[in-house]
Design a protein around this ligand. Structure first.
Ligand code: GDP
Ligand code: MG
Length: 716
């Protein structure tokens, strides 16, 4: 029989940092609320029989958000042996609100006051002995980030779990206690004594879940209701607010004399930075500049240089190390295979299929790692929370929520967790909107494609890669504005509350860990899906029928060419109606990395009888305008199957999922159409009909953006 210890606390107080410290595991730590949506389990280092459970952060145990439900279900139904309550020492009062609820559960509680490093730096003091006496439970000071006091806190929690004394809790006012006593007697008296308190308070608050779970009879409920009414009339407030107010009054008394704050509040370092970074006029330009630099450095400049080197040397013409000539991987493999006497088609499959496809993807790894490194820096230092905060003010004007930004941010790594992160949004309309728009932001898997187009067709021009990011942001805003005004999204708005955590320098270990996690899952995907896809694409593009029957044929007669040509016409108005592009787009639905690996197989030098490498062949196959339209379509259209099934799971409705994916495809099609038609008209080619249709679409979009919001009007 092992012991289970639950880590509970408000969002963003360092639970996951502590969890990693205690279990030695590598969960993702983010400096914003809502990262841990599901609970996670691990084993305490050096104690094989102690299980640590990282719960999602919550402000209270009410059943309003998914996190609250997850945390509460675990605590109430699965009853851990002890709760380690993580409290942010820089924000004691607000954090203790949850503590007052945890203490009512009848489970031993140990309080760990985290962020003590910051508390000390601010010059504040907490009298933990007094606090511990007043709360009648152990209180320990820790710094999860610095690893101070963590094991001590865990030891106290283990000790507390063996201690089966009744857990103490505070008393509410006389009237409330009277009603609670009635409730306990009327419907939960056969429950273990220590568990009654929490249920009684919840029943008093008329918590529907609890009343349903306990299946309390109607007549008893009526009887209790009279008691509750009486208290409500005396206090002239509703039951839930009465409890909330009394908790805060209690906390006020609790911290009096325990919590000493430096009287003269200097502007903290964070406040000083925020004065500039969240400034009304500067915030957006700074954000644009920061994101521009991130994409510019990782994709266009330094990243491109690294990728070029990898492509030229490891996958191209070989390289030399201290005068030693090292052949490229394709050269080495093909000469080995020729020496081994393999059939030419096998060599073709391995070199032009597997290695070309895989190499095309892995070559982009340096750019990818750089991007991930910079994004995790922005996330964990606290800057990204500011962006959610700033964008909320702007989004609000259009009736969107800044909360949508967190899923979008997660989506820059991969759309699947991004879509899953939308769970933290309570408002159903905002949540659906976020699910529909999150994958507009370029995920890591789309990066190779962006880098390829930018490098091969635009000579790595400075604006191409950042434009992919800003195209995503614009798509999200425009879609939000348009969809919000439709009848589908009628409904109330919920205000957005976001804590701005203080800035801090992330540890290098944390940054590298998160870069590694994302990079590794990319490599794994390249190793499975991409290899599979490359093999299929190679076969389908080398076999087919000609005058000699079925066999190896030239690529234009291949099976793939037949299939691709059948659908390529759809893309003619977008400028890339060739079968190679159609096939790449489709394999991009399997995994977005598939776009580049497919292009690599189809344009590998030898296969198309051209001596140039894949990059030069690509450059010859498209004009820059066609390529940009091709890029835009693939960035915005339906995401990969994994993300589509995440959409299905989170929408929990076939109709809404179909709408989301259909909308994305239509949006992508129209954007590419406008880019290509207007672009070719401006550059002198193009058709009058095409550009006219494009202008009509633009006019219609503008109308949809600027028309009155009827949903809003009706509410007034
Ligand atoms: P969770 O949301 O409660 O799981 O919190 P996280 O573990 O994700 O941490 C939130 C942020 O607080 C991260 O940026 C951490 O690096 C930071 N953090 C965690 N513990 C400490 C600490 O002891 N001191 C300081 N200064 N920062 C911390
Ligand atoms: Mg967490």
């Amino acid at each position: 029989m092992g012991i289970s210890i639950a880590l509970a606390g408000n969002p963003n107080v360092g639970k996951t940092t502590l969890f990693n410290e205690l279990t030695g595991s590598n969960q993702f730590v983010g400096n914003w609320p809502g990262v841990t949506v599901e609970k996670k389990e691990g084993v305490l280092k050096g104690h094989d029989d102690v299980k640590i459970v990282d719960l999602p952060g919550v402000y209270s145990l009410s059943p309003y958000t998914t996190e609250e439900i997850v945390a509460r279900k675990y605590l109430v139904n699965e009853k851990p042996d002890a709760i380690l309550d993580i409290v942010d020492g820089t924000n004691l009062e607000r954090n203790l609100y949850l503590t007052t609820q945890l203490l009512e559960l009848g489970i031993p509680v140990v309080i760990a006051i985290n962020m003590m490093d910051t508390v000390r730096k601010n010059g504040d003091k907490i009298d933990i002995e007094l606090l511990s006496k007043r709360l009648s439970c152990p209180v320990i000071e820790i710094s999860a980030l610095k690893g101070e006091g963590c094991m001590d806190a865990a030891d106290h929690a283990i000790a507390a779990s063996h201690d089966n004394k009744l857990v103490a809790h505070h008393n509410f006012s006389g009237e409330v206690e009277h009603a609670l006593a009635h409730i306990e007697e009327a419907c939960i008296h056969d429950m273990p004594l220590e568990q009654q308190r929490w249920y009684a308070v919840k029943i008093f608050e008329r918590d529907k879940e609890v009343i349903k779970d306990l299946s309390i009879k109607g007549e008893i409920l009526k009887h209790i209701e009279a008691d509750i009414r009486l208290v409500e009339e005396t206090a002239d407030d509703d039951a839930e607010s009465i409890i909330t107010n009394e908790r805060y009054l209690y906390i006020e008394r609790l911290v009096e004399g325990c919590y000493e704050r430096r009287l003269i509040k200097r502007l903290s370092q964070s406040d000083k930075i925020d004065r500039i970074v969240t400034n009304r006029y500067l915030a957006l330009p700074i954000f644009a500049l920061v994101m521009f630099l991130v994409y510019f450095i990782s994709v266009s400049s330094l990243g491109a240089w690294l990728t070029n080197w990898v492509n030229d040397s490891i996958f191209g013409n070989g390289w030399s190390l201290f005068g030693l000539e090292i052949p490229s991987i394709p050269d080495a493999v093909s000469s080995l295979m020729v020496a081994g006497g393999f059939a030419p088609w096998v060599i073709g499959l391995v070199v032009d299929g597997v290695i070309a496809g895989l190499g095309a993807i892995l070559g982009f790894l340096p750019q990818m790692l750089l991007l991930f490194l910079m994004l995790s820096f922005l996330e964990s230092c606290g800057y990204m929370s500011r962006i959610a905060f700033i964008l909320d003010k702007i989004f609000r004007k259009f009736g969107l929520s800044g909360k949508s930004f967190i899923p979008i941010l997660v989506g820059t790594g991969c759309g699947v967790p991004g879509i899953m992160a939308s769970r933290t949004i309570e408002n159903i309309n905002d949540r659906r909107m976020t699910i529909i728009t999150t994958t507009f932001i370029p995920c890591g898997a789309k990066l190779p494609f962006i880098a390829l187009i930018s490098g091969a067709l635009f000579g790595g021009a400075w604006w191409v890669a950042p434009s992919a990011y800003f195209m995503g942001i614009c798509a999200i805003i425009i879609s939000g504005v348009i969809l919000k005004k439709t009848r589908m999204f009628k409904g109330e708005e919920t205000p957005f509350v976001m804590e701005l955590p203080p800035y801090h320098m992330p540890t290098l270990k944390n940054l590298l860990r998160s870069m590694w996690d994302r990079g590794w899952s990319f490599v794994k995907k390249a190793g499975s899906v991409v290899i599979g896809a490359s093999i299929i694409i190679w076969f389908a593009s080398n076999f087919g029928w000609d005058e000699n029957g079925f066999g190896m044929v030239s690529m234009d007669n291949s099976l793939l060419a037949i299939i691709g040509s059948a659908i390529a016409f759809i893309f003619i108005p977008l400028g890339f109606g060739i079968w190679q592009a159609a096939v790449s787009t489709i394999s991009g639905l399997l995994a977005k990395e598939g776009i580049v690996s497919t292009l690599a197989v189809l344009y590998a030098g030898a296969s198309i009888g051209n001596s140039g490498d894949f990059w030069t062949n690509i450059a010859g196959a498209f004009t820059p305008l066609e390529a940009y339209s091709f890029l835009a379509f693939n960035l915005l259209c339906a995401p990969c199957v994994a993300a589509c099934s995440a959409i299905r799971a989170e929408m929990n409705s076939g109709k809404w999922s179909a709408f989301a994916i259909g909308y994305q495809c239509l949006f992508a099609y129209l954007v590419s159409f406008i880019i290509y038609q207007v672009g070719s008209f401006v550059t002198g080619g193009g058709s009058v009909i095409g550009v006219t249709i494009a202008l009509i679409i633009i006019a219609f979009a503008l109308y949809m953006i600027f028309r009155k919001n009827k949903n809003y009007e009706e509410k007034l």
